[in-house]
Write a protein that binds this ligand. Structure first.
Ligand code: 4NP
Length: 164
């Protein structure tokens, strides 16, 4: 019997209540549609701790629900053990990337974990970052989902090329 190691993916934003839980839920939806969810461990986290234990932002959940995406995760803060646990840590913006990298550099080096900006995998959208929708209007949440839909598809293509 061949036992395949799971591919582990952690999505990271600032608060873990808007962008990264949406990315996590969208990624899970896509791997379920492809019937490959057993091959993955998927989670999300924030660099900040303000919202730890809370459900994701209602505006994000509603925007996602309109696209039949269920966001169920509770916020947590990234921790040093995540660098040992995850193959990929995908950040939403430059600030998250810098914060995650500085945490990684303070911890025991792990070559298991590749830290990337999710927008590196975008195809149609040319935004360098997934914009933070927290202080804006409802349309910002839809836009985040549009951008993530594109970059997550690109990331899955990358996974297929490298792991399947
Ligand atoms: P997120 O959005 O990083 O996409 O979860 C934010 C959520 C909360 C705050 C900022 C951004 N905040 O300042 O509380």
């Amino acid at each position: 019997m061949i036992i395949m190691k799971k591919i582990s993916v952690l999505f990271v934003c600032l608060g873990n209540i808007c962008r990264s839980p949406a990315a996590e839920a969208l990624f899970i939806k896509k791997i379920k549609e492809k019937q490959i969810e057993d091959r993955f461990l998927v989670d999300s986290a924030g660099t900040g701790s303000w919202h730890v234990g809370k459900q994701s932002d209602l505006r994000m959940r509603v925007a996602a629900k309109n696209r039949k995406i269920d966001i169920t995760s509770k916020a947590r803060q990234i921790s040093k053990s995540d660098f040992q646990k995850f193959n990929y840590i995908l950040t939403m913006d430059d600030s998250n990337y810098k914060n995650v990298m500085s945490l990684k550099n303070r911890e025991t080096y792990s070559d298991l974990c590749e830290v990337r900006k999710i927008q590196e995998f975008a195809d149609r959208f040319h935004e360098k970052e997934v914009p933070d929708p927290y202080f804006g209007g409802e349309e910002g949440f839809d836009y985040v989902l549009d951008i993530l839909n594109d970059s997550i598809s690109g990331f899955l293509d990358h996974i297929f090329k490298n792991h399947f």
